[in-house]
Design a protein around this ligand. Structure first.
Ligand code: GLN
Length: 498
């Protein structure tokens, strides 16, 4: 049973049900593996006792014949989800030592489905970043090359799944933070339609964009997680969609109309935005994405040329709206209600100033300043209001595109993972790398990253799939069929292949 860590979610569940192993055995093996690979930086907190207690309970329930698809399966949470019994930092010094009195809805739903939580995963501070270098607790390393970034902001989640420390993890995506690290680490990730998963208990970054999602090795495993995570929570999150929870794993197993065994994607129209294939995309990423598109056609899909003419504008629009919302959301960290407070101060204003200067890192401060600026009297109309108008046009462009296609495909990011430190002091270089994920976030559409090959330096390349609102089933099915035909998602980083 030395390969337990390589099972993935559905295989672990199958093994547990057949009583080949117990949840305690799997959980112990994964905890040991996480401890042995601490240098990766992916875990901020490992809850050894809590995880073993949960596993024991799961074993008792399994022996009593309890069902529950995720019963006894271990996973871990991005540290922006609040959790009882474990600290929550959001990667910030500001929340050092913070302990939530309640669980985020997503965390609670996964626990209710029987999943075991091993701990909390590193991320960029308040989920602001594309390389996980903005965490106050140190960077995460990419398991494929530990001198490179894992992507961000859900870098701890992606690295831990890729290194087989856990079969799956939660993540959050405001402008690409599930899809881009999934792509950089060679795993599968889904950011659902805005509002499909409750934001209750997610430390807020940009509330009109923040969305929780699943990160795992395969689309099928993501479907298992999403089925437990999704569903209305209207009393606690007013933007939660009133859409009943679905069984996405069952949905992907239902064949498309007209599908045959060798053409499971028969008739699927895959739109290729010309703006996603132009200059700026490195040749290795182009090659991997092009060959993935050929595979989709071999499965019966038809490729259609489309245009998303405002793609370039998504960067300035996002980097106005997200900081604006962040500057408002982060005003609650004042040294009174949560986390850090400066040790010495004069009056109240001095306490706020010292607390916030000490508690927030550079990137967070930069965003608060940008956000306060674009919202300020005299600049509001010129920046914030204009950005909101363009956001609407970007969403409209997608609806025009979906007239002629069912899913949109392209690269997740212009390059493979860069080296640690390479862009650490260059915020604009980080922002530009988000070009292909921001527009669908601004539109609130679901998107995925699916392993599609390797590029420069042997680093993974992801294929991005974007669907129309609430088409998670179609996205997951497309990715699942692609994974039936390819084995990129099975590849394991060498250093971690034991
Ligand atoms: N890289 C983007 C940013 O820095 C997206 C982050 C995210 O999705 N949380 O804001």
């Amino acid at each position: 049973m030395s390969d337990m860590h390589d099972w993935g979610v559905s295989e672990t569940a199958r093994q547990l049900r057949s009583k080949a192993v117990s949840s305690v055995e799997v959980t112990m093996a994964l905890l040991a593996r996480a401890q042995a690979n601490e240098a990766l930086g992916s875990f901020l907190h490992l809850d050894v006792e809590g995880a073993l207690a949960q596993a024991k309970q799961a074993d008792a329930q399994l022996s009593a014949g309890a069902q529950g698809r995720l019963l006894g399966v271990a996973l871990a949470h991005k540290d922006v989800f609040v959790t009882t019994g474990m600290p929550t930092t959001a990667g910030s010094q500001m929340l050092a030592g913070y302990q939530s009195p309640f669980n985020a809805t997503v965390v609670q739903r996964l626990a209710d489905a029987g999943a075991i939580s091993l701990g909390k995963l590193n991320c960029d501070e308040f989920a602001m970043g594309s390389g996980n270098e903005n965490s106050a607790y140190g960077p995460v390393r990419n398991p494929w090359d530990t001198t490179r970034v894992p992507g961000g902001s859900s870098g701890g989640s992606a690295a831990a799944v890729a290194a087989r420390l856990i079969p799956a993890a939660t993540g959050t995506d405001t402008g690409g933070s599930i899809r881009q690290p999934a792509s950089f680490c060679g795993i599968t990730g889904i950011k659902p339609t805005y509002g499909l998963c409750s934001r209750y208990g997610m430390v807020a970054f940009a509330s009109s964009l923040d969305q929780a999602g699943a990160m795992a090795r395969t689309a099928e495993d993501c479907a298992w997680l999403l089925s437990a995570m999704a569903g209305p929570d209207i009393d606690r999150d007013a933007t939660s969609l009133d859409v009943p929870a679905r069984d996405y794993a069952a949905a992907i197993a239902v064949p498309r109309a007209g599908a045959t065994a060798d053409k499971p994607l028969h008739g699927l129209r895959v739109g290729l935005p010309k703006e996603f294939f132009g200059e700026g995309v490195s040749p290795d990423v182009q090659t991997a994405v092009q060959s993935a598109l050929q595979q989709l056609t071999a499965l019966g899909a038809v490729l259609v040329d489309i245009t998303l003419p405002r793609t370039e504008l998504s960067i300035p629009v996002y980097y106005i709206i997200a900081p604006a919302e962040a500057s408002s959301n982060l005003s609650r960290f004042d040294g009174v209600r949560y986390g850090h407070r400066a040790a010495e101060y004069g009056d109240l204003i001095d306490m706020y100033q010292k607390t916030r200067s000490e508690g927030f890192g550079d990137e967070v401060k930069r965003r608060i300043l940008m956000g306060a600026y674009v919202l300020s009297h005299g600049y509001y109309d010129a920046y914030y209001l204009k950005a909101q108008k363009i956001r609407r046009l970007i969403a409209n462009d997608f609806q025009s595109a979906f007239q002629s296609c069912d899913v949109i495909a392209g690269p997740v990011a212009p390059t493979v993972a860069w080296r640690l430190g390479e862009k650490a002091n260059d915020p604009v270089a980080n922002y530009l790398a988000d070009i292909f994920t921001l527009s669908s976030s601004l539109a609130g559409l679901p998107g995925m990253s699916v392993p599609a090959g390797f590029g420069e330096g042997g680093m993974p390349v992801g294929l991005q799939l974007v669907g129309n609102y609430l088409k998670e089933d179609e996205l997951l099915q497309t990715a699942h069929q692609f994974q039936q035909m390819t084995s990129w998602h099975d590849a394991m980083p060498k250093e971690f292949s034991v």
